[in-house]
Design a protein around this ligand. Structure first.
Ligand SMILES: [Zn+2]
Ligand SMILES: [Zn+2]
Length: 264
């Protein structure tokens, strides 16, 4: 796509926000404006991630209201205690909706442990199986649980998808690269943590993605405020600096990878 430079988009960026939560209550009052602002600064596509089954339905309905929106459906590890076998049926039924491009976010979060570890593992197993059956990529949320998450994916021998909001170490990057998984960086890339910036440089160029994870993790100068897809530019500027390319090249690269990952 030809990039249009403008006051709002000085670098002429074309971006894909690979993960955010537009169904979050924090956007209830001004969602239209949030989407408009994002498109104005060069965001072309947005992937809306889901937390549970009702949220997945809401995400699907949101996608039909705005051009350029797509979604992943699934039960987040924080919600795993409420996961039921009927959710598997619901997910399989919802997969046929045209805007559904992935299963997620799914995974393990042993950092916050909001749901028990055993329910998290059970829900993750079941949803990896759904993704594999439906041949859809997974949006993987893995925090302080790399070993177990890897073991589960290896058990299913299924590695299609993205490690979202990457916070792992070099070993995890190497494993992801070997398996062909994509790696997505959020606003925390701008917080100056060397482990993350080094990881971003190590990820194979054709596997790099960016996201806001809005309303969480606002990048750089926006840190602490409500995050929104329009702030993706700040993460892309950081990525460009790390890769030694122009912001436009960094944005194009990440967008192309995201479209390939989600088959959009
Ligand atoms: Zn997540
Ligand atoms: Zn998320």
């Amino acid at each position: 796509m030809k990039a249009r430079r403008s006051k709002h988009n000085p670098e002429g960026l074309n971006l894909f926000d690979s993960h955010c939560h537009l169904t979050d209550n924090q956007f209830a009052g001004d969602l239209k404006l949030v989407v408009k602002n994002a498109f104005q600064v060069g965001v072309r596509e947005i992937m809306v991630a889901s937390q549970n089954i009702p949220d997945s339905k809401e995400a699907i309905s949101l996608c039909s209201k705005f051009e350029g929106l797509f979604c992943s459906i699934g039960v987040h590890p924080h919600e795993a205690d409420g996961f039921r076998s009927m959710d598997i049926t619901s997910l399989k039924e919802l997969c046929i909706e045209p805007h559904v491009k992935a299963i997620g976010e799914i995974g393990l979060d042993f950092f916050r442990n909001i749901s028990s570890r055993s329910s998290q593992e059970m829900a993750f197993h079941a949803q990896v199986d759904v993704a594999k059956t439906m041949d859809l990529p997974m949006v993987l949320h893995i925090r302080e649980a790399a070993g177990r998450a890897r073991a589960i994916l290896e058990e299913h021998e299924f590695y299609k998808g993205v490690l979202h909001c990457f916070s792992g170490d070099r070993k995890m990057v190497e494993w992801a690269a070997e398996k062909g998984l994509y790696v997505s960086f959020a606003g925390n890339l701008t917080y100056g943590e060397q482990r993350l910036t080094e990881s971003a440089k190590t990820v194979p160029k054709d596997r790099l993605m960016v996201e806001t994870d809005a309303p969480f993790l606002a990048p750089g100068p926006q840190r602490g405020k409500r995050n929104e897809p329009a702030f993706l530019r700040l993460t892309v500027l950081m990525l460009a600096e790390l890769l030694g390319v122009t912001p436009r090249e960094a944005g194009d690269l990440a967008r192309e990878n995201t479209r390939r990952c989600f088959d959009i």
